[in-house]
Design a protein around this ligand. Structure first.
Ligand code: SAM
Length: 243
């Protein structure tokens, strides 16, 4: 099944492959913006942007101005990609840790995070931290790898016995993410679901990832499918204090 991502289909596949750090991030960005569109001129934080191709995509497709922010990937390579895309002045490469963001409070109209939020956003206090940088009325949207159900202790499903990965412990169900944000009382218009193209996104990833990463992915695809994605969007209330 070819996923319904017409905007991403216009991008050079070799460029996407060369800058890949996980599942197809243009598909994740397109899936997110199908639920949470951006408007021209909006200031957008792309948190955990990796090689910044999602930032380039959001600037090109929506006319947004994007702060491409990442920890592991240094900004020099991202700047090269931004210049090659002709997006100087529209996409800004920033090296920063998610808990020490160098931005003014209330600066962003939207915050997005694609295949990255699971690394820091499971912390109960993180939403409050990142919302400081969003203006009242601004939107936050995340797409991250997820499980279709929450696992209890000693609950690794039989079809994943022997291949379950330790770093999957940060994966949670869309309902978990919804409750994780809802209990803070800090956001409204909260929506969490699984993108309809989820299985196709994982299947495409298998073709593009190293063979040693295949066993858990293939075992899951052959079994009752635990792996999914969570797409979570919300709005910071109009009357919210900036900090
Ligand atoms: C799997 S990569 C995905 C990158 C990119 N979003 C993509 O999908 O191609 C996860 C990214 O999250 C970023 N990240 C993880 N922990 C972070 C933190 N504490 N602060 C900022 N970025 C972080 C890493 O630097 C990395 O580039």
């Amino acid at each position: 099944m070819a996923p319904r991502f017409p905007r991403s289909a216009a991008y050079d596949e070799a460029w996407v492959t060369a800058n890949r750090m996980g599942p197809n991030v243009l598909w994740l960005a397109e899936s997110l913006t199908q639920r949470m569109p951006l408007a021209a001129g909006e200031r957008v934080l792309d948190l955990g942007c990796g090689k910044a191709i999602s930032s380039i995509f959001l600037a090109r497709e929506f006319g947004a101005e994007v702060w491409a922010t990442d920890l592991w990937i240094k900004p020099t390579g991202n700047w090269e990609r931004i210049r090659e895309a002709g997006l100087e002045g529209r996409v800004h490469p920033i090296h920063a840790e998610a808990h020490a963001l160098p931005y003014a409070e209330g600066f962003f109209d939207a915050i997005v995070s694609l295949d990255a939020y699971q690394y820091f956003g499971t912390d109960d206090l993180y939403l409050q931290e990142v919302l400081r940088f969003l203006r009242p009325g601004g939107r936050i949207g995340v797409v991250c790898p997820a499980f279709r159900r929450e696992l209890g202790p000693d609950d690794v499903p039989a079809h994943l016995a022997g291949v379950y990965r330790q770093d999957w412990h940060c994966f949670h169900s869309p309902a978990w993410w919804r409750d994780h944000w809802r209990k803070t009382g800090l956001v409204e218009a909260l929506h969490a679901d699984e993108p309809p193209e989820t299985d196709a996104i994982w299947a495409e990833f298998v073709h593009h990832t190293r063979e040693e990463e295949h066993p858990p992915l293939l075992a899951d695809a052959a079994g009752p499918r635990l792996l999914g994605f969570a797409r979570v969007t919300a709005r910071k209330p109009d009357g919210a204090a900036t900090a």
